[in-house]
Design a protein around this ligand. Structure first.
Ligand code: SAM
Length: 275
């Protein structure tokens, strides 16, 4: 990977989180993890020089690859050679309209897709924003496979009493699993931290609670780290302490518990009671 990039005069840009995957066996494992099939649409965020894209185009019905760095686009096109089932979009994955891109891809594919999947070796500086953007993009997604910092993968898959706003946000939409770790030596240039591959299988049915209301309550709960819920809800939701305590007790939650200890079920009960 490093010699191919050097030959093309490409210098990895730290500001764009460019650590290119340099191990082809690992690229295959990541693509396997996505469970992509011949009738599926795959969105890839940050294809770079195509380490994953070259495998994705062989297995997917259609691939839409969104890359921010214009200087990588011609390299990517060369790497993909004759592949016809790919759209390369020069743009910011945090801003593109995934619904419109999916409609255009379905038109080009000529029939409806079996499933929609996302795959990305994410630039670390946009990890949380990209996860949120994918989960909230409005498409019915089957799987999301992301390479992220190991610490982020552990936070996303955490259980009570180690929950965070990120863990609740992801687990609301799907079931995350940390599949395997990737040492820095498998990237060019080597990042300063270990990476891990995270797969999120999205729930078929949306949870039986209003998402907006639930996240208002969850954000209030996590607004002051390590404080008791009776206090964080009072401050975050503008209710009195007595109201917050009553709502917690009615939901079967002791008011002195902290947000990190609540399960998704408990957040749902509390939201349904409060709203
Ligand atoms: N997928 C390639 C690989 O595995 O070798 C590259 C991964 S590299 C960690 C992240 C890629 O995301 C880079 O190509 C970078 O230019 C691109 N990128 C950074 N910010 C982006 C954004 N906001 N939207 C789309 N691509 C972005």
């Amino acid at each position: 990977m490093s010699s191919r990039l050097k030959a093309r005069g490409i210098i990895p840009r730290k500001s764009l989180g460019q650590n290119f995957l340099a191990d082809d066996a690992t690229a295959r494992r990541i693509v396997d993890a996505s469970e992509v099939g011949r009738n599926d649409l795959v969105f890839e965020i940050g294809p770079g020089a195509g380490a994953l894209t070259t495998h994705l185009v062989k297995r997917a019905g259609w691939v839409v690859a969104v890359e921010l760095d214009q200087t990588l686009i011609s390299t990517l096109r060369e790497e993909l050679g004759e592949a016809r089932n790919v759209t390369i979009v020069h743009g910011d994955a945090l801003k593109v309209d995934f619904i419109q891109l999916a409609q255009e891809a379905a038109h080009a594919f000529g029939k409806p897709f079996g499933a929609i999947r996302f795959v990305a070796n994410l630039p670390y500086y946009i990890t949380s924003a990209a996860i949120r953007r994918i989960l909230e993009c409005g498409l019915s997604i089957a799987t999301i496979v992301l390479t992220v910092q190991t610490e982020v993968a552990e936070r996303v898959t955490a259980q009570p009493p180690d929950m965070s706003l990120l863990a609740v946000s992801v687990q609301f939409y799907g079931r995350p699993d940390l599949l395997f770790r990737i040492p820095p030596s498998q990237f060019y240039p080597q990042p300063g931290v270990e990476s891990a591959v995270l797969r999120i299988r999205l729930h078929n049915q949306p949870p039986d609670v209003d998402a907006q209301k639930l996240f208002r309550v969850v954000k209030a709960g996590f607004s002051q780290p390590r404080k008791q819920l009776r206090n964080t809800l009072t401050a975050g939701l503008g209710v009195t302490k007595a109201q917050a305590e009553a709502a917690l007790r009615q939901s079967g939650i002791e008011p002195d518990r902290r947000a990190e200890t609540l399960s998704l079920e408990e957040w749902k009960r509390l939201t349904n009671y409060l709203c």
